[in-house]
Design a protein around this ligand. Structure first.
Ligand SMILES: *Cc1c(COP(=O)(O)O)cnc(C)c1O
Length: 233
């Protein structure tokens, strides 16, 4: 199937999952996870009507950006964020989804101030408490959110999570539920420079479950582009 055909099918399944949960499908954003796909493929996805593109690696992002691959769609950074890469992203991407420390927020704020922008970010939560994964433990969220007011050039727009991978989405459902509850709790607490607009969770194998549990932003790679080729070519 073609990339635009795949996107059409995903939209249909998003609508069905939303209907099942009594939600409006228009409130759910479809982000194309574009890693390892070339500019031509990314352009097809943008033309095919994804709501945004999410890139994982700064170098890949810069290369495809130079080739105007993302033109016509907002650009997000969704990969692991290193401190020394902050300067290449602030003011370039519309949303950094993978912020998991006050130190990163401080660096983003400083860079945004010097470039005269306000950078939208999400806080990444390590909801499965996995050693090997990045993200804040949920117990640390409060401390970070309470200090967000000190960083006027950063706007925290929501939460992102990559729960433990499981071929059965029912195993992942409790993590999605927990994320939604954190999202609601934070929203009622009203921190400065914080608004809970986006709950980014759900990938190719589990996005329908994520939507049933309250996700309003799914990040899909394989389902749009097909299997990634990890070979050397
Ligand atoms: C690759 C990636 C995705 C998409 O994964 P698929 O299983 O291919 O849909 C989503 N989010 C992040 C952070 C990713 O790195």
């Amino acid at each position: 199937m073609s990339i635009s055909g795949n996107i059409g099918e995903i939209r249909t399944r998003i609508a069905a999952a939303a209907a099942k949960a009594g939600r409006n499908p228009d409130e759910i954003m479809l982000v194309a996870a574009t890693k390892m796909n070339d500019s031509a493929a990314v352009r097809e996805a943008v033309i095919g009507g994804v709501d945004a593109c999410g890139e994982n690696r700064v170098q890949e992002l810069q290369q495809k950006n130079a080739e105007n691959a993302y033109e016509g769609a907002p650009l997000y950074f969704i990969g692991h964020l290193q401190k020394n890469k902050v300067k290449y992203l602030v003011g370039v991407v519309d949303l950094i989804q993978s912020v998991d420390s006050l130190e990163l927020i401080r660096l983003i704020d400083r860079r945004a101030e010097s470039t005269g922008t306000i950078q939208d970010i999400l806080l990444e939560v390590n909801i499965g408490r996995e050693e090997a994964k990045s993200g804040l433990m949920k117990e640390s969220l409060e401390e970070v959110l309470a200090q967000a007011g000190q960083f006027p050039h950063v706007h925290i727009r929501g939460l992102m999570a990559i729960p433990p991978a499981d071929s059965d989405p029912e195993q992942t459902r409790p993590y999605f539920k927990e994320m939604k509850q954190l999202f609601i709790d934070i929203d009622t607490k009203k921190y400065d420079n914080v608004s809970m607009d986006f709950l980014s969770m759900g990938m190719t194998h589990d996005y329908e479950t994520a939507i049933e549990e309250g996700s309003n932003m799914v990040r899909i790679g394989t389902g749009i582009f097909g299997e990634r080729n990890y070979g050397t070519t």
